[in-house]
Design a protein around this ligand. Structure first.
Ligand code: FPP
Length: 265
């Protein structure tokens, strides 16, 4: 009986995968490839809930989330989306139990070990933003390796937010500017929005056009606070590990149905 139950469940997942592919094919036809966002940012939320609902350890939720990241990077490459920024670890995430923090750092290490060759081969430049020097050295060294190996790639940028907080980024930029002023290299009246922006962690990247937050939460959680001034938001109840091709296409189509005015008419 138990075996039969498992077979039914496997059959269900198989069918769902096939129907999902069919739905994605239909959505692709609705997508206007000439009006895609240049920069997509994602808060990869809901890994824990995804696992909990299946009676699985949270670790498996994060692992499944890593698969979603792989899928979304592939789609960005295929569609020509230039920048993908993902929130992998916030400055607040240190408050989680030590084993979970360790797991997330190990997963980061594993992700780079497993994916770096392919990312490099595909022309992806790997970047990271956040207070990176505070990361455990094993993870930090792997991130530095990925950034060095892929530094000259230009097809797409995968920007990973690690030990990142939007307020912290603004404070860090302010410190750099204050230091210039202290040394007499800058007058306060020279501080403009452009100058401030130049002192952020990834000054050369455009602001995100689209910010996606899965898992039903309707908040920004200290992510890219400066950069999202005119970003379009897309919220979905789907947990990040279930966020695959169909979900990403839905988010892009929703974005394409918006009229962006940037405060104008
Ligand atoms: C939030 O979900 C997710 C995280 C804090 C970590 C995201 C990390 C991954 C997807 C791992 C792969 C990424 C890299 C770059 C290695 P949550 O755990 O808060 O979910 P919950 O709110 O349902 O508990």
């Amino acid at each position: 009986m138990k075996k039969q139950g498992r077979q039914v469940l496997m059959g269900f997942f198989y069918l769902e995968k096939i129907f999902g592919k069919q739905r994605a094919r239909k959505l692709r036809k609705k997508l206007d490839r000439s009006r895609l966002p240049k920069h997509v940012a994602i808060i990869m939320d809901g890994n824990g809930r995804w696992a909990q609902r299946r009676g699985l350890p949270r670790a498996l939720g994060h692992r499944a989330g890593m698969e979603s990241l792989r899928t979304v990077v592939e789609l960005c490459l295929e569609l020509g989306i230039q920048v993908l920024t993902v929130y992998a670890f916030s400055t607040e995430n240190w408050k989680r139990p030590q084993e979970e923090v360790k797991l997330l750092m190990d997963l980061l290490h594993e992700y780079i070990q497993n994916e770096l060759d392919e990312l490099h081969h595909q022309g992806v430049q790997v970047r990271a933003v956040g207070r990176l020097n505070e990361l455990p050295s094993r993870a930090w060294q792997e991130v530095v390796r990925a950034m060095k190996v892929t530094a000259a790639n230009s097809k797409m940028t995968l920007n990973i937010a690690l030990n990142y907080g939007g307020r912290g980024e603004i404070v860090d930029a302010t410190r750099r500017i204050a230091e210039l002023a202290r040394k007499g290299k800058l007058h306060p009246e020279e501080i403009t929005e452009n100058l401030f922006q130049e002192h952020l962690y990834a000054a050369d990247l455009p602001d995100p056009d689209l910010l996606i937050r899965p898992a039903g939460e309707l908040r920004v959680s200290n992510f890219l606070l400066w950069q999202i001034a005119y970003t379009e938001f897309y919220f979905t109840r789907v947990n990040w590990p279930d966020f695959r091709e169909e979900e990403f296409l839905l988010a892009l189509i929703s974005y394409q149905n918006r009229k962006r005015r940037f405060g104008g008419l």
